[in-house]
Design a protein around this ligand. Sequence first.
Ligand SMILES: N[C@@H](CCC(=O)N[C@@H](CS)C(=O)NCC(=O)O)C(=O)O
Length: 203
Amino acid sequence: MLRLYGSARSRGLRVLWMAGELGLTYDHKDWLPRSPETRTPEFRALNPNLRVPVIDDDGFILSESMAINFYLAKKHKSPLYPSDPRHEALALQWSLWETDRLDRQLVNYVRHSQELPEAERKPDLAEAAWKEIVPAFDALEAALAKSEWLAGPAFSVADLNVASALYRALVVDLAKWPRLKAWLHRCWERPPAKKARAMREGK
Ligand SMILES: N[C@@H](CCC(=O)N[C@@H](CS)C(=O)NCC(=O)O)C(=O)O
């Protein structure tokens, strides 16, 4: 049995989206980041980093949302896992790139410009994050000018990983990046994406 640790209000969102695409059934431990459940010796044994998401797939333990999505798509022989090695490599490239160039930056930007109560916002942090986000968005815009999808001719784990990680970009003004905006909405229009989003937003 597949067990998935991590709330939709965490990077678990990405895995919930993938599980939906694959039509998987799973036991969901709907735990928030830093919740008491993630501070037990049992959870530390699953992920010494104490972070969600984590999966336990019949005893195979895996953390890191993007790696989990690669594993699940490949294991279930999904068309979302590119069969061409070049497309597979591109999927890895974009997933690793997002983790490096946009992941934390986007969280910091949106939290410190919109989400947190005003008294808790740090404008300097938001500004510094935005300075990194702009060239990253430019890079995505350029890639999407050449191809409709990030890794090959169709929607794949690359698009899912990057678009899911760009959840917070849905509330950012993307007028300067029309291709990125259209691609992001194309990805989030998929029914499993909408379902994962509804789980996160409590709808
Ligand atoms: N690179 C990891 C990041 C995991 C991560 O940072 N998870 C956050 C929630 S989104 C967490 O559990 N934080 C707990 C903490 O900071 O102690 C992934 O993509 O899975």
